[in-house]
Design a protein around this ligand. Sequence first.
Ligand code: NAG
Ligand code: NAG
Ligand code: NAG
Ligand code: NAG
Ligand code: NAG
Ligand code: NAG
Ligand code: NAG
Length: 275
Amino acid sequence: MMREAHKLILSRMFITLVAYCHLFVSDAIVVLNVNTTAGESTVLPCTLMSTSIDLKDLRFHWQDDRNDVLYSFNKGKEMSEYVTELYRDRVTAFPEDMTRGNISVTVKNLTLEDGKRTIRAFASVLNSAGKWEHSLNICPITLNVAVPYKTVSLEVNEKDMKAVCTVQRGFPEPLVSWRLQHLFNDSKHWSDPRNEHTKAVQDAEDHLYNVSSTIGFNGGQYQNVTCIIYNPTLNVTLSKTYVFNKGKHLWGLPVWASILIAAATVLLVTTVITT
Ligand SMILES: *[C@@H]1O[C@H](CO)[C@@H](O)[C@H](O)[C@H]1NC(C)=O
Ligand SMILES: *[C@@H]1O[C@H](CO)[C@@H](O)[C@H](O)[C@H]1NC(C)=O
Ligand SMILES: *[C@@H]1O[C@H](CO)[C@@H](O)[C@H](O)[C@H]1NC(C)=O
Ligand SMILES: *[C@@H]1O[C@H](CO)[C@@H](O)[C@H](O)[C@H]1NC(C)=O
Ligand SMILES: *[C@@H]1O[C@H](CO)[C@@H](O)[C@H](O)[C@H]1NC(C)=O
Ligand SMILES: *[C@@H]1O[C@H](CO)[C@@H](O)[C@H](O)[C@H]1NC(C)=O
Ligand SMILES: *[C@@H]1O[C@H](CO)[C@@H](O)[C@H](O)[C@H]1NC(C)=O
């Protein structure tokens, strides 16, 4: 009920704005993108143009694009009753900075639910002429909240010429790529593996992804294979490399073929050295 009343006040404030045209922040506002990690804190920065404000002459609140209220301040008092459950006890302001027009707030213990929402401030300051000046829809910020993938697991079956790479419980869905290093090729020649198949499953409750990617490598002599996992929000890359077994049976080839290859290599090396 209280929240509904608050929204009504806000819409009245908007009508007042249109009527008096008291906006003192330009329309061409760029949405600030903040990429962060679940569980951490982030500051939503916002500074009004008024520089010396008596807190009794200040009203402001922060609200997201679903009309959920993060923080509400009215003439020197925090109005926690207007704050939506989702944000309760997680958002704090800086009263000592407010007098200088700094209405920034800190959001603590970020959750994935906080992500993808655009949050804005709405402020009113009582001017010396006794009129409320409004700054609405200011300081927009979109939060991209991520959960880092921790470990990459890579299993290679040399006999079946298959590699499976998995990561678990991260957000958002990662970009998976592979590198296969040919044994006899120059290290610059990374080949794109064929038959790549990547599958992501998302947990319905906590929204975290488990991803599994499989490749099949046909024939060829390989030195190593690398699975690369990229989290686009955190701009973090994880990778795991498997070095092919250079021992007894070369990459599933029959023993005679391995001996032949080894002999050819020796021959090649000898030729290079003697010429
Ligand atoms: C506003 O206050 C916050 C909290 O003290 C601070 O982190 C931020 O730098 C301030 N912004 C400006 C423009 O002074
Ligand atoms: C942070 O959020 C998680 C999940 O919503 C919750 O389990 C935990 O108690 C919260 N921690 C704090 C310090 O609020
Ligand atoms: C994979 O092979 C390439 C080319 O020989 C080499 O530069 C790289 O260090 C190898 N990586 C690992 C982890 O062995
Ligand atoms: C070198 O790499 C290319 C693909 O990058 C591959 O087609 C070719 O067979 C490789 N050569 C050897 C000797 O492995
Ligand atoms: C993701 O992997 C974890 C750990 O193996 C498992 O507990 C969880 O059920 C998996 N989630 C999904 C959606 O399959
Ligand atoms: C922030 O996250 C978005 C969404 O994943 C991504 O497109 C963007 O590149 C990220 N920005 C930085 C600076 O990493
Ligand atoms: C990601 O990080 C690298 C450095 O590790 C940087 O060069 C690149 O610009 C970053 N990308 C984005 C989108 O911020």
